[in-house]
Design a protein around this ligand. Sequence first.
Ligand code: ADP
Length: 326
Amino acid sequence: MPAIKCIGILTSGGDAPGMNAAIRAVTRAAIYNGLQVKGIYRGYKGLVTGEIKEFKSQNVSNIIQLGGTILKTARCKEFCTPEGRQIAYENMKKEGIDALVIIGGDGSLTGARIFAEEFDVPCIGLPGTIDNDLFGTDTTIGYDTALNTILDAVDKIRDTATSHERLFFIEVMGRDAGFLALNGAIASGAEAAIIPEISTEVDQLEELIKNGFRKSKNSSIVLVAESPITGGAMHYAERVKNEYPGYDVRVTILGHLQRGGSPTAHDRILASRLGAAAIDAIMEGQRNVMIGIDHDEIVYVPFTKAIKNDKPIKKELVNVLRELSI
Ligand code: ADP
């Protein structure tokens, strides 16, 4: 295998707080180990259009505390075609980039896996998504910050919910994963969480009402994961209006608020460790793995495993929420 002298770094797909801390860590660890670094702008789009710039240590100064990504992010349809990836490969070679570090979610890592297989390019992935839905890592970069943003919002909504004695459905992100909704509900003291992992098994609304939901309370908060499987918060509010008209129902959709903000200490440390480990992995000759953390140890997770396997929700967490919300 030829020696790797220059790495390219990009952030792709949905942005997540802590991506900048990861860019900083990858850049500095690479330079520390004698590698050249090139920043690729707007995810795979920049690889296709050649928006690439050399990064020195000072390019990543003063960014560890910033939300978003200084490299920008985008969704790139062209990269989903063999022709688009061919152009990306040619640009990479033209720039002298020998390996890629990709920070993103399952879509971005799927793209990395396909690209790595097609062109025999070493690719290392970092889990960057607020959804925490990548298998093989305890948490993903951005998840803890998003969770804290949710807590802040729910605490505020609770004030008004209590004053008006209302039932609030608060929609949080999560696509097909209920981590934000479930742990957000536990941490904010919400009464329930409606998550995709359970939606297909039981009618969660019916369960809530049947179990004496709100028996001893004058207001309630239910977190709902935004997902085609749950149907989202509006769907549940409509159902309550129709099926249980006694409740005074309101909906708040937290939306993109959850993606922003300064990363928490947890996310900054996670991003720094994973970023440094990405360079260790490259120096060791690893390729086509996502760097994760499992029981506080760095682990290398093959792309196929990280993407394909559903990360299970712990039943224990579902029980904790149920027991503590009586
Ligand atoms: P995330 O990484 O947050 O899950 P997306 O699913 O939008 O975000 O994926 C980000 C980008 O990754 C896409 O815009 C596309 O460029 C690339 N990508 C996703 N899936 C594929 C695929 N099957 N083949 C090639 N590239 C892909």
